[in-house]
Write a protein that binds this ligand. Sequence first.
Ligand SMILES: [Zn+2]
Length: 279
Amino acid sequence: MKCKLCGSQNHKKREGSVRDNKNLEIFECCDCGLVFLSEDIIDDNFYELSNMHESFDFLKWRKQTNEDDTRRFNFIKNSIVNKEILDFGSGNGGFLKQAQTLAKDVCGVELEKAVKPYYEKENIELYSSLDQCNKQFDIITSFHVIEHIKEPLEILEKLKEKLKENGKLIIEVPNANDALLTIYESEAFSNFTYWSCHLYLYTQHTLSILAKQAGLKVEFIKHIQRYPLSNHLYWLSKNKPGGHEKWDNFLDSDQLTKAYESQLASLGATDTLMASFTL
Ligand SMILES: [Zn+2]
């Protein structure tokens, strides 16, 4: 199997298994470090029919993403005032709902059909595919979407065409070098995090190669830690998720959380990458 990003034939098998399909293997390119699955078995139909959720409960979903939506909004809010925004893979629209309060105009692209009435209710313009949208934007965002895409280069090139001259493309993806995988080597976490929907996992290095191949300039790629120390210690002690809800009250202080994030960032081992690309 050839690496999609650099064309190398050399890859090694990564430890762990894919949580929803035990037949899939996880590979890492020995040359560029791209992490990819041995097969892609998901098609657009899967997302259109809400198969990403166990059951479709809009309000519950909104609640689950609220913290991330708010973090992303706070990160970007100073640059969206009076601007035209597109969120590609906009999910339940939680980020756009917040962005709507400052931006001139917001719209989303989302395959999932069940979200449509909710966008109508909140007066957020919605497209079911990028090809339907003929506008250009000041800011295009895409949060935890690019890792789901079979032809990421094609999509980045399409998104680039939709940027205005001084436009920015802001992308967030999971980091392939999450400390739980690469430093602590938590077997339980690896069996939990690899998922047949995540076809590729990127690092700072591979994400910047992808952007350059699409003809974009890398303004920055920042390491972000979504989960605090309590979550990591809980994985290591109990082999389970959710430690940030069980142990946060006595463990996580703002100071510790910030220090832990910057320590992981210095090792390239946070759980998340946030990138800004320009023309
Ligand atoms: Zn490669």
